[in-house]
Ligand binder design. Structure first.
Ligand code: SAM
Length: 285
């Protein structure tokens, strides 16, 4: 008998992966958590039945959510990551020699625990002395934080459940207040093919808070429609995502990256017409 996992992206579309084993299944007060073993994509992390990451294609998302802001910033030293309890974004941020400290704020301790157990290649950076893990709500953390960060990365789940409050204007205002004047925020911003009704209003809210906000894209096979977006937002000190793009700093990143490079960085901000049209004026480079 064959076993298949299906994630419905809309009423009429979805993705299906053959599964050879269910390694873990559990529920916390925030969400269902499952770890599947698939022959094609390796291990798969599901939260509330939605693919969060697979061993085979997680590098795309984590390299693009980390290296685009860090190589857009002149000298990133202090980084805040909201969500990202799997550790993939932490792993990528740690590759930058300039990094002095990372605060990781993950609401669900079981995500950290199970990613340590089942995704060691993703969670390897969580034990770095440069990393402080805060198991708490990112909304509260940002509201009360006193620190000032060079880069804030919102590596959240979708705008439902505990992730919903990470997409509202007051949250963005609070992020802006804990960024330095040349600080940057990047947030995952869903799929332009399937989430137009989320994306337009989200970028309107971002434009109210940040002087500059630009969308960039990456292709991630196991995400809805395989096309994913990110919002690059600047407090104003850095005016474009290309200002400080430095090939020499890119070449310092070890080990070699599998997706990101300076050409991909530049081209990821070139948006197709149908996506430009769904964004408010000024949100596309
Ligand atoms: N990094 C993964 C990937 O490759 O796409 C997906 C994102 S990560 C698993 C999303 C995380 O955000 C989850 O672990 C979830 O528990 C966390 N999260 C959701 N809402 C949160 C909140 N309000 N504060 C902190 N963490 C939150």
């Amino acid at each position: 008998m064959e076993l298949w996992y299906t994630e419905k992206h809309t009423e009429n579309t979805g993705i299906t992966l053959k599964v050879v084993d269910c390694l873990f299944g559990g529920r916390t007060k925030y969400q269902d958590i499952a770890v599947l073993q698939s022959p094609e994509y390796g291990r798969v992390l599901l939260l509330d039945g939605l693919v969060m990451l697979t061993e085979r294609d997680e590098f795309v998302y984590h390299e693009m959510i980390a290296h685009v802001p860090l190589l857009s910033h002149p000298n990133p030293r202090k980084v805040l990551i909201i969500g990202g309890g799997d550790g993939g974004t932490v792993r990528e941020v740690l590759k930058h020699p300039s990094i002095e400290h990372i605060d990781l704020v993950e609401i669900d301790e079981m995500v950290i625990e199970k990613c340590r157990e089942y995704f060691p290649s993703v969670s390897q950076g969580l034990d770095s002395p440069k990393v402080t893990i805060h198991v708490t709500d990112g909304i509260e953390f940002v509201r009360n934080a006193q620190a000032d960060y060079d880069v804030v990365i919102i590596d959240s789940s979708d705008p439902i459940g505990p992730g919903e409050g990470l997409f509202v204007e007051s949250f963005y205002q609070n992020v802006s207040q804990i960024l330095k004047t040349n600080g940057l925020m990047v947030a995952q911003s869903e799929s332009p093919f399937l989430h137009e009704q989320i994306i337009g209003p989200m970028y309107q809210r971002l434009n109210k808070v940040f002087p500059v906000s630009n969308m960039y894209l990456a292709f991630i096979p196991t995400y809805p429609a395989g096309c994913w977006s990110f919002a690059w937002c600047s407090k104003g000190g850095v005016t474009t995502p290309l200002d400080h793009l430095d090939t020499r700093r890119y070449e310092e990143l070890q080990p070699v990256l599998k997706y990101y490079n300076p050409q991909v960085h530049r081209s990821s901000f070139n948006l197709p017409n149908f996506i430009r049209e769904m964004l408010p004026h000024g949100s596309s480079l």
